[in-house]
Design a protein around this ligand. Structure first.
Ligand SMILES: Nc1ncnc2c1ncn2[C@@H]1O[C@H](COP(=O)(O)OP(=O)(O)OP(=O)(O)O)[C@@H](O)[C@H]1O
Length: 298
């Protein structure tokens, strides 16, 4: 379990992380979602003792990361997959990690197999690795100490669709075995397919958090009808907020209520469904609009 309590980081007058509090629970995959520059990496660097917070604190399994005697055995960390020594082979990098943590050499081959790097790939120098191979090696370094907690910054970066599915299965298995996973991304879809819980950050502040199911339910209902304007009026009278979307409406209510109101208003329903991903994406863009560069430019 990871507990973040009122974490704040200031760089001079600029507040990169602003009173951030959340928990990444045991047995669950928590997605840390936010646009570029929102403060995800800064929060994660503070978690693993690389950056000092201005105020607030983080505990991993109840302790400060810097107090862990052999941190790699308790927390697997991947912050920047491109930061690995380019002149070493994948196998050498894992062998050094194993040695530093006091692990048997056999762990290297086991971990290579676990992340799907072949013997041949393990002998190549990292400078010749593809981005996806670097990510796998980074995840291998995080996993080699068999930790209970994983902290991964943009781990899906550079993975192809099969790689993303592989990572999802790996992290799901890790959480199902009682592990804690915190992973960041600026891509909503990645988080949506992998995470159980989602924490959304924008401009250094937490703007939403909860289980994926709760957040998706809050995303409302998509409806397309014979007369959207009429349905929008009827929903408004029923105190339901609607937003026009491409060829229909998004309503802040569950599909059952929207269907009933449409029936009473005599409009023909052509499509009615939980907004799910589309709703979450809209919510994400709204919640983080102030921080998005595109939003600022507009
Ligand atoms: N050492 C530093 N000095 C000054 N400002 C910094 C420093 N490190 C980070 N920042 C600023 O803090 C803010 C948050 O950066 P951070 O890297 O945490 O964002 P992020 O959410 O990880 O973004 P991305 O998705 O682009 O990686 C940014 O505005 C960044 O410029």
């Amino acid at each position: 379990m990871i507990t973040v309590e009122s974490l704040t980081k200031q760089y001079g007058p600029f507040t990169a992380v602003d009173h951030v509090s959340f928990t990444a629970a045991t047995g669950r995959v928590t997605g840390f979602l936010g646009p570029n520059g929102a403060g995800k990496s800064t929060t994660m660097r503070i978690m693993v003792g690389l950056t000092r917070p201005t105020t607030g604190q983080v505990t991993v399994s109840g302790r400060d990361y810097r107090d862990l005697p052999n941190p790699g055995l308790e927390v697997g960390v991947l912050l920047d997959a491109s930061a690995q020594h380019a002149g070493r082979t994948g196998r050498e990098i894992l062998a050094i990690a194993a040695q530093t943590m006091g692990l048997p050499k056999s762990r290297v081959a086991e971990t290579l197999a676990r992340v799907g790097l072949t013997e041949d790939e393990a002998e190549r120098r990292v400078r010749n690795y593809s981005l996806g191979m670097r990510q796998r090696l980074g995840i291998a370094t995080a996993l080699i100490g068999d930790p209970e907690v994983l902290i991964l910054d943009e781990p899906a970066n550079g993975l192809d669709p099969a790689g993303i599915r592989w990572m999802r299965d790996l992290l799901r298995g890790f959480a199902n075995d009682g592990g804690t996973v915190l992973l960041s991304s600026h891509l909503l879809h990645e988080i949506e397919v992998i995470a159980d819980d989602i924490v959304v950050i924008g401009q250094g502040r937490i703007v939403a958090q909860g289980s994926k199911t709760e957040l998706l339910a809050a995303a409302g209902t998509l409806v397309r009808t014979s007369d959207d304007a009429r349905l929008a009026r009827a929903l408004h009278e029923a105190a339901v907020v609607t937003t026009p979307i491409d060829g229909g409406l998004r309503a802040d209510a569950d599909p059952g209520l929207v269907g009933e109101v449409a029936h009473r208003a005599d409009v023909v329903v052509r499509e009615l469904r939980a907004a799910d991903g589309a709703g979450l994406e809209e919510m994400f863009l709204q919640l983080t609009a102030e921080t998005a560069r595109e939003g600022a430019a507009a």
